[in-house]
Design a protein around this ligand. Structure first.
Ligand SMILES: *Cc1c(COP(=O)(O)O)cnc(C)c1O
Length: 393
């Protein structure tokens, strides 16, 4: 059949370019030590930066949430699926983010992907221009595609180029959209400069803090706290399946922005609300993130990042400078990156090889991610393995 032949040809081409992906099946909770495809491995690949995904208090809260609210929400938020757990979570998130945002309110989404689609389609109407950072996450790119706004892409980190574009635009609504921590490079956007530009040009600054929330800032309030930013121009998106260890995402902003999203964002309105038990579990995560245990976990994570930095001695492979939990080692060719990941796998180390289209051509890499639940010994084992592997390949 012709339709199937086309797909099979496409799949074969992926294989020839070393671009075929495969899923590994984990048989244990997300943690540094995992059982994958029947094998015990030491993992450096999750985004569970604070080690909350299998934290006993969070797991217990999930169980409690299921007994309080059942398994499913049964409907979308605007029909009957909005539960007390969702409402409590939104209140807590707004309180938590209040130091960085004026008249903060928050709304909870099933996923960060949907939060981004919601934001960009609801704020980026036909009279808007979206100025989108060059290496934004796929969910922001897809949000731009779905929005009716015109989209202009500015080069990665190039504040001057953005300023010219903003100055040249006469659009009624302007949105600057950026990742805070770039998910494949681990670098951080120049948010203070971007915010200053947005305030000067009367534009929204939409910040996707998927990798910053819970991790950056003294109290875990993410990239805004890291830079000490507060502004009515800010629209903040944080995900809750990474450092928060559960799932879903939220947008926090001025209450008027949030009310607009609730009224107008189609990916929010036309989907079943996430299980209330998830929101209930997230209340426990937030307790940890905002408390002394969160502080201790952030200190531990920073120490491990410093340790990796001090002990890797790579010469040929390119370590990107990163103060975040994302510590990429750029190798270049797809096949070489795959071979390196396979060699590490042989030694019981699980580090994913990331290839195009997730990253630009010829920048295939090992994407090492650290978590507060790793130990000093585990990070030492990784550094030793990477140093040795680079010399022998
Ligand atoms: C993971 C991620 C998302 C999507 O969040 P999900 O909750 O996983 O859908 C959005 N933006 C960035 C930068 C991410 O890394």
């Amino acid at each position: 059949m012709k339709l199937l032949d086309d797909l099979e040809l496409g799949l074969k081409q992926l294989q020839e370019k070393s671009l075929q992906r495969r899923r590994r099946t984990a048989e244990s909770p997300c943690a540094p030590l995992v059982t994958v495809d029947g094998r015990d491995m030491l993992a450096f690949c999750s985004n569970d930066y604070l080690g909350l995904a299998a934290h006993p208090q969070v797991v217990e809260a999930l169980r409690e949430g299921a007994s309080l609210y059942g398994a499913g929400s049964g409907a979308s938020h605007l029909v009957s699926g909005h539960s007390r757990a969702h409402a409590q979570l939104e209140e807590r998130l707004a309180e938590f983010m209040a130091p960085q945002l004026e008249r903060a309110r928050a709304v909870y989404f099933c996923t960060g992907y949907m939060a981004n689609l919601s934001l960009l389609t609801a704020l980026g109407g036909a009279d808007a221009v979206i100025f989108s950072e060059g290496v934004n996450h796929a969910s922001l790119i897809d949000g731009c595609r779905l929005a009716r706004a015109q989209v202009q892409v500015y080069p990665h980190g190039d504040v001057d180029a953005l300023e010219k574009m903003l100055a040249a635009s006469s659009a009624r609504t302007k949105l600057v959209v950026t990742d805070s921590v770039f998910s494949m490079d681990g670098d951080i956007a120049p948010l203070p400069q971007l915010l200053a530009l947005c305030e000067r040009h009367d534009a929204w600054l939409v910040v996707d803090d998927a990798h910053g929330f819970g991790v950056l800032g003294e109290h875990g309030r993410g990239a805004l706290e890291h830079f000490g930013l507060r502004s009515p121009n800010l629209v903040y998106m944080g995900t809750l399946g990474k450092a928060a260890g559960v799932g879903g995402a939220f947008v926090a902003a001025h209450e008027t922005v949030i009310e607009w999203l609730v009224q107008r964002a189609r990916p929010y309105i036309y989907t079943t609300a996430a299980a209330p038990a998830l929101a209930h579990a997230l209340l426990a995560s937030l307790d940890i993130i905002g408390g002394t245990e969160g502080d201790a976990r952030r200190v531990q994570l920073r120490a491990l990042i410093g340790q990796l930095d001090a002990t890797l001695t790579l010469e040929r492979w390119n370590r990107l400078p990163s103060i975040t939990a994302i510590q990429p080692v750029v190798i270049g060719s797809n096949q070489e990156a795959l071979d390196a990941a396979a060699a590490l796998h042989e030694q019981g180390l699980w580090v994913p090889a990331i290839r195009p289209p997730t990253v630009p051509a010829d920048t295939a890499r090992l994407r090492v991610t650290l978590s507060a639940s790793h130990t000093v010994e585990q990070v030492a084992r990784l550094a030793h393995a990477l140093n040795a592997l680079e010399k022998t390949t």
